[in-house]
Write a protein that binds this ligand. Structure first.
Ligand code: ADP
Ligand code: MG
Length: 284
């Protein structure tokens, strides 16, 4: 780590602390999502057009509480656009998106949706490169939660414990003081997942999380996701069929998207044997 990097990191942390101490102004208080009916995410008939082109065409799917759902499909199928609609980045032209059975996500803004308990991992890792692994997790803990940020200028013992647990979970325990910019691509992805988990999201959306990872990193990521299943609901978009196989263990539902709607849904071996799926996706 160079002195410049250390100075830049210290400056970013100080600025963040100042913002957090100043408070974020009026805060949105999300209704508590209700999961008693077993539904984590309900998407019904969403359509998105870009200049007349239908990126999503009456897409419907339901994710159960604690479920780990893999979504596959060719490039351009609408997988990322679907995540954009769930997280408030894109507004569908029509349709319904509910989080739990009571929260209408189409009425909330992007930060409100995050605060309600929906975490999203984009394709590229976005960590604070100049800060340490530990500081990245510390910021994630305080970032969106203005109240907490105002309450805790220093980490409580409980928060330290939580960061410690997460460092173990994301395989970065012995890297905690390392500058994030020096981590491997896979380690940066894990760190970002750890940052998401600091917010304790109920639903996690992960867009191509193992793209660019080594085989070993991919295997460890599968273990990590399997350990999150149950405690969180997960939606994982991936092209890596070996990884999807490890996640689904021959018994979980896989959804295949094509041209903005669900082409097939079933066990991995079932959709892999589906002629339409082979034709548009797997046969290439
Ligand atoms: P996937 O993630 O499955 O590869 P995307 O959701 O990224 O697919 O894209 C679905 C389709 O929508 C693609 O044809 C893409 O070019 C188009 N698209 C996505 N975002 C936009 C946008 N902001 N403007 C115009 N077209 C877009
Ligand atoms: Mg995509």
């Amino acid at each position: 780590m160079t002195p410049e990097l250390m100075a830049a990191g210290a400056k970013a942390l100080a600025e963040h602390k100042a913002r957090a101490a100043a408070g974020g102004g009026a805060r949105f208080v999300a209704d508590e999502a209700y999961f008693g009916q077993g539904v984590a995410l309900y998407v019904d008939g969403i359509t998105v057009s870009f200049d007349g082109f239908r990126a999503l065409n009456s897409l419907s799917l339901t994710i159960n509480v604690g479920e780990l759902r893999c979504i596959i499909g060719p490039n351009g199928a609408g997988k990322t656009t679907m995540m954009d609609c769930i997280t408030g980045k894109t507004r569908p032209d029509s349709g319904t998106v509910f989080f739990g059975s009571n929260i209408d996500l189409l009425r909330l803004t992007e930060p409100q949706i995050a605060q309600a308990g929906v975490g999203r991992k984009f394709q590229k890792p976005t960590v604070y490169e100049q800060l340490s692994v530990f500081e990245n997790l510390e910021l994630a803990l305080k970032a969106d939660r203005g109240v907490r940020a105002a309450l805790f200028h220093r980490l409580s013992g409980q928060q330290l414990d939580r960061i410690g647990e997460l460092l173990t979970l994301i395989h970065l325990k012995d890297q905690s003081q390392r500058t994030a910019g020096l981590l491997s691509h896979g380690q940066k992805q894990w760190l970002e997942i750890g940052m998401l988990l600091m917010q304790e999201p109920k639903l996690l959306l992960l867009d191509e999380p193992v793209a660019g990872m080594t085989d070993e990193e991919t295997e460890r990521t599968a273990e990590l996701f399997l350990s999150l299943e149950g405690k969180h609901s997960l939606v994982v978009v991936e092209h890596d069929m070996k990884f999807v196989g490890e996640l689904t263990q021959g018994r979980k539902t896989v959804t295949v998207l094509h041209e903005g709607s669900v082409l097939a849904e079933g066990l991995l071996n079932e959709v892999q044997a589906n002629e339409k799926v082979v034709e548009v996706y797997l046969g290439r």
